[in-house]
Design a protein around this ligand. Sequence first.
Ligand SMILES: Nc1nc2c([nH]c(=O)n2[C@H]2C[C@H](O)[C@@H](COP(=O)(O)OP(=O)(O)OP(=O)(O)O)O2)c(=O)[nH]1
Length: 135
Amino acid sequence: MTANPAAPIDVAVGILMKPNGDVLLGQRPEGKPYAGYWEFPGGKVERDESILDALKREFVEELGIEVVSAEPWCGVEHVYPHAHVRLHFYISRDWKGEPQSLEGQAFAWQGTLGVEPLLPATIPLIEWLDRVRYS
Ligand SMILES: Nc1nc2c([nH]c(=O)n2[C@H]2C[C@H](O)[C@@H](COP(=O)(O)OP(=O)(O)OP(=O)(O)O)O2)c(=O)[nH]1
């Protein structure tokens, strides 16, 4: 077995949660690895940027939403053929604006998850999330 020499890439991921437990998912656009797969909105953290700042920037860029506050929830590390990612998941219940498809992506509010496929590293999160959102 050989070690993966690629340094992990930090990714900020946000779970917008409505009071009824619904969460927002987006579909990865054409041209990206895993196009058509569903994910929680977010993206790579840039150099000299905090994870929370990256999260806020991605939500403005992708969905036109201002995340007012968000709490760190959990971290997942995953090695894909295209990248080794370190995902930092945040939950936000406080944001301003309605999601707009600024990058042409589909998105959907989901209670019981009805969209698929999900990105492989995100699948285990769904079960963990159910414990949080319906508690
Ligand atoms: N946003 C998001 N990314 C996820 C999730 N699960 C998961 O494995 N990822 C992975 C897929 C990608 O390898 C990486 C996110 O990178 P990305 O390419 O979408 O980021 P970006 O929007 O900054 O992209 P770009 O500027 O390079 O086009 O994290 C998830 O639930 N949400």
